[in-house]
Structure formats: C-alpha cells, structure tokens
Design a protein around this ligand. Structure first.
Ligand code: ATP
Ligand code: MG
Length: 559
C-alpha cells in the first residue's frame, strides 16, 4: 500500500497515509457518509460523498451509507429513498453496508446505562429553559443543576422510567456529567437523551426517548468500525465531546473525527432548511426543480455524475471556509458535455424566412457534423427547403456597424447550407416582423468548392422538417453572490425573478423525434439541453443545462 498511495492528495489523505504507515487500525480505512433524512441531498453533500467514497475507493477501504435518523420529527422515508437514489446515481456503492443510527438505539441505551453506572451521566428534571440558564456564557462558568448529584440508583430508575414512557415529554433529560465551567460550552453537561413522543419512520412508536446527535454519532461510528469520521468544520468544537464519550465508555479502536471546510457556492443557498422553505413556499416546483442545487435538481437540469465528481475533484478539500464560484460547476458540465453530446440545430425564437428563388417543392439533403470534438460521432442529414426558420435575434432591421448577422440588404451563411441575402421585411399591422423574404446563392453550398465568404454564420431549421418543442431556460436562482450575507434580510428577497423563461414555439431538427427523457444535446450556438425527465407533455420539453459560455462573466466584465 505505501508505495501505491493515491496521486491526488489533501490534508485528510495525509492523515490517513500517516495512520497507515503507523499501522493504526491495522491499516484499515473505513469512512461513512451520514446524511440526516430531513431533506434532499445538495451539491455540498456531493462534496462529502465524493470525499468519503473516494477515500474508500483509493485506499481499498470501505465507505458506509448511514442514515443519521435520530430526530423523528423532521425525518421522512421520502428523503431516505431520494438519498439512496442520489448517492447511487453519483456512482458510488456501499454493498450491504446501508445502516441507520436508529438500528443502534438499543446499544446506545445500554451504553448510556454504563455512563450512569460510572457516575458520568445523570437524569436532570430541569426544564429546557432552566438547563439553558445553567449553561452560563462563553466568558462565564455555568452552574450545577440541582439534580446533578442524584445517586446512581436513582438515575438508573429514572432513566428506565423515561424509556418506559412514565414521564411527559420534556420533563426529564439525561445529561453527561462533564464540566460546567469548561471553556468549551459543548462540554457543560450536554443533554444526551430527551423524551419525545414522536413516531419514527423506522422504529415507529417503540421509543419515546431519542439520543442527541453528539452522543449518537461517535457511538454509531464506533459500532460500524469507522476509522476516519469526516465531517464539516462546525463540528470541530464538538470533537472533545465526541472523544469524551468513546473514552469514558472505554471503547477500543476509537474512530478519529476529522473536519474539513464545507462547500459554499456563490448565487446559491445550500442549507436543507432553506431549501425546504423554497419548496414549501413554492418559489420552486419541488426539491428537484432544475434551479435547485440539489442532486435531483442538477440531474433533471442535465448534469452528469461525471461532471459533479470532476467538480468535487477540482474544488479539493481544505480546512478554511471559502466561497466557490458557481461558474466552476457550470464549467464542469460544459467540459463534460462538450466532449460527448451531439450537436443539433434548434431555433428557440423562430423567425420565418421564405427563400424566394428556391423551388417550391424541392428538399435538399445536407451533411451536418455531429460533434467536431469527436469524429467517431459521425454525420447526419439536414433538410433544406423553401421555408426555414432562423433565430429572431439573428436579424436586426437597423444593425450597428460590424453586425455580422442578417439585416436588410445583408448576407449571412446558413450553417451547412447556403449564403442568403435579405431583400424584404414583412410586418403585421402592429409593426411586428413576421417574415423575411430572402434569396439564396446556389453557388455557395457548404462543402462544395465555393470560394465566396461572408462574415457571419447562423443556425437555422427547415420548416417542413422540424418539430415544435418547449424549451425552459434556467438561470441562477439568486441575483446576489451571497444571498445570506445580510442576516437582517430574508434571503428570498434576492431570488432572481428571471430564473426561468419558458419558450413555447421552439423548432428542432426532426431527427430529435423520439428522444428519451434525460437525452442530452448541444443546440448549436445556444448551449446544452436535456429532455426533461419528468414532463408529461406530448411535445418534447427541454431544460437548458448550461449556456455555451458564462453569460454572467461577460456581463460583469462589461459593467
Ligand atoms: P445542511 O446544513 O445543508 O442542512 P447538514 O450538514 O445538516 O446539511 P447532513 O445530512 O447532516 O446535512 O449532512 C450529511 C453529511 O454531509 C455531513 O457529514 C455533513 O458534514 C456533509 N455536508 C453537509 N453540507 C455540506 C457542504 N455544504 N459541504 C460539504 N459537506 C457537507
Ligand atoms: Mg446535520
């Protein structure tokens, strides 16, 4: 193993390398991804998933999937199912190691009894308000609860009573007996069990006491034989407590908690609570709305697992909090799709052109290249005829200087076809342009030895040989880089009112008929698009995954 260590490294891998060198845990590496099933996974979780499963893969270790389901009130089976689907979709596998913290409730209860017997835990009958007041402040020591010196026998009896449902919710808690004057507030006799009558999605009504996260987590890690328990920085201050439980319970082969900086993305909010708010208040269509930073939203938007894994590799792992530019995520999907998806012609805002000198009933077949980045993708046939559509934005009646697209009297090349010239602009009564009347130059067919050149080339589609589709253009969900920057303001004030534009009259190559949900394409000059996997529209509905270039960067530069 030593001379075969993974190439990619970071501070966590360096700790593991050192542990392996010292034969700690007999050289074993076992990690876990421990989501709480209280929401859908987001791109921040993807960072953690890639980190944990990536380490297991590279060190020939194991990574468990464990649901941290100790809070029955907010948790749900819908979330469990979506998390399983998302981790699998990202390309990771846990074999038969799918675990639930709730599977360990019995063991956790037994260990709590051991703590009581050791004089290291007591039942407190203070109210939650009183417990809060006993805690003190970071600069002032706390005070002892009047129940702190209860006898071991009394504690055992009361704790048993808590478990068997003798007491009302909130009347008693079990607290670890540590140090009420510790500079670390988390060590001031933290609550480790509370009474809560709530139906758990797995254990149902079997338990009316539930362990707190800080107690449940180290024990779950230890039960599973986790060697490196990787979590985000906010848990650094909890680490002494994590270790305290394992040490006081004399558990051998203690797992080691290691913290790293969570992913923050610009123009994005990531906390599940905030995402839930967006869903419940219907600012988005659901957890899998393509504008959401959830894995299911990104999948529906057209992101691939590879692009997300590459993104996770690029951002790396560090110990310092920072903000990652969302443009890097967008870059990752462009980079991936550019290599592998077919290019097609699609006109999103069609403007009709009649080619007046083209025979009425003629249809010509033209060769089009499927992907210039990938010669093995081959060619396809495009049809050319008298009536075509171009993009409204590719015509200007009064063009500025150096405008290389179409204008009255001007010429432009239709990609893979001919040079056309605009002779007449047809308008309706309201002055709206309804049609352009153009002529084509038969000597300029692409691929022939025509030497005539014009500056602009635009995409187009034949009216006869096209299908109509709906295209949904998504943009960033927020208009400010950090919607949470001002704690006085509701982050929803910064929602981008133009994050979704629906175009109903788009025209696509007929060859796209029969495309399947999730199929991906590059629409020439427009960006990457994917067939919406969930739409039950009779027509095809496409989601824009990403524009070809980062339009926000351009905008910022021009400001
Ligand atoms: P949120 O704060 O979004 O509600 P959470 O931390 O409460 O998330 P958990 O289900 O507890 O969500 O997280 C499971 C794992 O994913 C944890 O190990 C957590 O540290 C990690 N994780 C959560 N958010 C991020 C993030 N933004 N970047 C990296 N890892 C994260
Ligand atoms: Mg959490």
């Amino acid at each position: 193993m030593e001379n075969n260590l993974p190439v990619q490294t970071n501070f966590i891998r360096e700790i593991i390398n050192e542990d392996i060198k010292n034969n700690k845990n007999d050289g074993r590496v076992q990690t876990r991804f421990p989501p709480e099933p209280n929401g859908y996974l987001h791109i921040g979780h993807a960072k953690s998933i890639c980190l944990n499963f990536g380490i297991a893969r590279d060190y020939r270790g194991l990574c468990n999937l464990r649901f941290d389901d100790t809070n029955p009130i907010k948790e749900d089976i819908e979330y469990v199912e979506s998390i399983i689907e998302d981790v699998r979709w990202l390309g990771f596998d846990w074999d038969d190691r799918l675990y639930y913290a709730s599977d360990y409730f019995e063991k956790m209860y037994e260990l709590a009894i051991q703590l009581i017997k050791k004089g290291k835990a007591y039942v407190d009958s203070s109210t939650s308000e009183e417990i809060k007041n006993q805690k003190g402040t970071p600069t002032e020591a706390g005070v002892h609860s009047p129940y702190r010196e209860r006898s071991i026998e009394e504690n055992l009896k009361l704790f048993e009573g808590m478990k068997s449902g003798k007491y009302e919710d909130g009347t008693h808690t079990l607290r670890a007996k540590i140090d009420m004057s510790s500079p670390n507030m988390h060590l001031r006799d933290p609550v480790i069990y509370r009474i809560k009558r709530a139906t758990h999605h797995r254990t149902e009504d079997k338990w009316c006491i539930y362990p707190m996260y800080d107690y449940a987590h180290p024990i779950s890690d230890w039960i599973e034989g986790i060697t490196h328990s990787i979590c985000t920085l906010e848990f650094e201050i909890h680490r002494p407590l994590y270790d305290w439980f394992l040490i006081e319970l004399c558990l051998p082969n203690r797992p080691q908690q290691i913290e790293f900086a969570r992913l923050n993305l610009s123009y994005t909010v990531m906390s599940k609570r905030k995402l839930l708010e967006l869903v419940e208040e219907k600012h988005v269509s659901g957890w899998d709305d393509p504008r959401m930073p959830t894995i299911s939203g990104l999948r529906r938007r057209g992101y691939t697992p590879e692009s997300i894994r590459n993104f996770a590799d690029k951002i790396g792992v560090s110990k310092r909090d920072s903000m990652t530019d969302v443009a890097l995520l967008e870059y990752s999907i462009r980079e991936d799709l550019n290599k592998r998806v077919q290019r097609v012609m699609a006109v999103l805002n069609p403007l009709k052109i009649t080619i007046t000198n083209y025979p009425d009933d003629k249809t010509e077949e033209l060769d089009a290249i499927n992907n210039p980045e990938d010669p093995s993708a081959g060619k396809r046939v495009l049809f050319f005829s008298k009536e075509i559509f171009i993009e409204c934005e590719d015509f200007l009646e009064n063009p500025p200087k150096k405008y290389h697209r179409l204008f009255p009297g001007g010429e432009v090349r239709l990609k893979y076809a001919y040079i056309i010239k605009c002779n007449e602009v047809v308008k309706d009564d309201s002055g709206e342009i309804t049609e352009l009347r153009c002529t084509y130059d038969p000597e300029t067919r692409s691929g022939t030895c025509s030497t005539r050149k014009v500056k602009g080339t635009i995409h187009w589609i034949s009216a006869d040989n096209s299908i109509e589709a709906e295209v949904r253009l998504y943009d960033r969900l927020f208009i400010t880089e950090d919607p949470l920057a001002d704690p006085e303001k509701d982050f929803k004030e910064f929602l981008n009112p133009e994050s979704l534009k629906i175009l109903n009259t788009c025209r696509l190559e007929k060859g796209l008929t029969g495309s399947k949900p999730g199929d991906k394409f590059q629409f020439e000059r427009q960006g990457y698009f994917c067939v919406d996997p969930l739409s039950n529209d009779k027509r095809l509905v496409f989601n824009r995954t990403a524009a070809l270039r980062d339009s926000w960067a351009k905008l910022e530069k021009s400001l």
